[in-house]
Design a protein around this ligand. Structure first.
Ligand SMILES: [Zn+2]
Length: 253
């Protein structure tokens, strides 16, 4: 069945993660499982050199977005992120955003917000898409994106209300369904409610594995496509074709 399928794109994976002993093996396995392109995200500027080396070894299949962990409050690292986001050869800014799950303090939340706004303004200026982390802060993140006039947006692993996601999708924002959809009722609901034209596929490797607790990798991406196909009763080939077209148009890859 897979042979007839067009290529898949994993729109969110942390390939520079220390979870991987040999990333070239991981990328080769992804390719053999139909994943031809991977959008790699970093959330710490110190990962940049490792990430850049991976892109240089796999220029046709790995593309980079640079972001910043919303739970990190180190000003020096944030400044380094800003200079990378403003100048590096990348296909998007991210992941950036809000995390109200780990961060409960009001002052830290407002610092997250200011930094998120700054990241969005750089994305707008560079005409790059923004990849958004919004843990326990989905509605806030969407409101902030709208207020900043962001128009090229991928909400990754959105954990908010599917209804809020649908309203944003109608306004042109994209949502990527992670491989954890196989055991997450909330992700299943997202896949059911949102139109295929607003969806992409992601693994968020090394986390959000189809089997809880395992190290995830892009080779598992088909599990997201299969879940969407089963939930929406749409042929797998169509799910792959549309999500791939969405990803290649947003990231221009
Ligand atoms: Zn991530």
């Amino acid at each position: 069945m897979l042979k007839k399928c067009p290529l898949m794109i994993d729109v969110h994976a942390h390939l520079a993660s220390k979870a991987y002993a040999d990333i070239d093996v991981i990328i080769a396995r992804a390719r053999s499982c139909g994943v031809r392109k991977i959008v790699m995200s970093i959330t710490d500027p110190r990962e940049y050199h490792a990430a850049k080396a991976i892109v240089e070894r796999h220029p046709q299949s790995v593309f980079l977005t640079v972001g910043f962990d919303p739970c990190c409050f180190d000003q020096g690292l944030f400044d380094d992120f800003i200079s990378l986001a403003s100048s590096a050869t990348i296909v998007g800014i991210g992941e950036v955003g809000l995390d109200h799950f780990y961060i409960r303090d009001d002052e830290q939340r407002s610092l997250q917000e200011r930094r998120f706004r700054l990241a969005i303004s750089i994305a707008n200026e560079r005409r790059l898409p923004v990849v958004v982390h919004s843990r326990s802060a989905g509605k806030n993140a969407l409101a902030l994106l709208h207020s900043e006039g962001a128009d090229q947006v991928l909400m990754h692993a959105f954990d908010g209300k599917a209804g809020d996601a649908l309203a944003a999708a109608k306004g042109g924002y994209y949502f990527s369904i992670p491989t954890s959809v196989v055991h997450s009722e909330q992700k299943k609901k997202m896949a059911r409610l949102l139109p295929l034209e607003s969806l992409m596929l992601e693994t968020d490797s090394p986390v959000l594995a189809p089997v809880r607790g395992e190290i995830n990798e892009p080779a598992n991406l088909i599990r997201s496509a299969e879940a969407i196909s089963a939930i929406k009763r749409i042929p797998l080939e169509d799910v792959i074709a549309v999500t791939t077209a969405n990803a290649s148009s947003l990231f221009n890859i």
